[in-house]
Design a protein around this ligand. Sequence first.
Ligand code: CP3
Length: 340
Amino acid sequence: MSSFISVLQGETMTPPPIWLMRQAGRYLPEYREVRAKAGGFLDLCYRPELAAEVTLQPIRRFDFDAAIIFSDILVVPHALGQRLWFEEGEGPRLDPIGTAGDLSPYDGEKLLSHLEPVFEAVAQTRAELDDEKALIGFCGAPWTVASYMIAGRGTPDLAPIRAVAKEAPERLQTVIDLLVEASSDYLCRKVEAGVDCLQIFESWAGVLEGADFDRWSLEPVGRIIERVRRQHPHIPIIVFPRKSGEGYLKVVERLPVQAVSLDQTVDLEWAKEVLQSNVALQGNIDPGLLIEGGDGLQRAVDTLLETLGNGPLIVNLGHGIDKTTPIEHVHQLVDRVRGR
Ligand code: CP3
């Protein structure tokens, strides 16, 4: 079994397993080469042999303990019929949904047939991946995905979805409910295709507070987990409620997760005291420190290992790796974690 899965079952591994969010990406020349060959980003997502290839690239180069299947959280709205494209150098664009009425009623078969190339990529990757390496499948949490569906793009403060949550909560609820259904079916199929673990990305948890966090994040994520567990009772699940602060505690106390992924603002002593007795922790090196490398990075790794290394820990970043990150610094990180 992989050390990554052992940690998710509550074991302490020394050295701890390591992988990085967005580990397949533009900081790697071999990724840029395949990406150029594919044409567009979505072509890369929907061509199984290319998606499998870029998923494996960071494992070959850095010997990470887990691979994350190459795709994007926005293929779900795409599969639900929303137009999606990626503006070069800018990021995702969608035709914004005005009302829930813009979307057709849920058709699970249609969704899953659109996403068939992703399942094919999972099967191909699992077949090529070493037994000691875990394969992670993922989706975005409904609030985070809906924020892009409503604004049609990334927004710094999520003003568009927050306005809908305030002025027409029942309309937002319809979109969230649709995403709960779609995401659960999507994750179940990924498990059936061969992933060993699931991660749910709530990248925009940080703008939700109190009862809003409960309603728009905790509750829908909980329903996805419940649905997935009905089909796959033992699949380990990691939730990443980025920048949710106290929200981390709610996730750990109220949802049956194996791990939470910590962003770089989470205090490590607090995480050790309050979270690690219940779940495994993943994180939380600042991606900025990985760009800089050197002593600052060494110190951050040492502090992470000293504080959380005596319990179940997976080393990762606090958020995705930046495209300007020097490859040498990734080697430095891996070596430091593995005591080389
Ligand atoms: O981690 C991995 O290696 C797996 C692949 C992965 C991608 N996106 C590939 C990607 C994963 C897990 C994601 C998740 C994702 N996508 C999130 C949640 C995590 C987070 O970062 O907060 C979000 C919010 C998205 C939506 C999205 N996709 C944005 C905002 C962007 C543009 C940002 C950017 O860096 O350009 C993307 C594009 C994207 N998704 C790229 C990659 C490698 C870069 C596009 C390219 O190669 O041209």
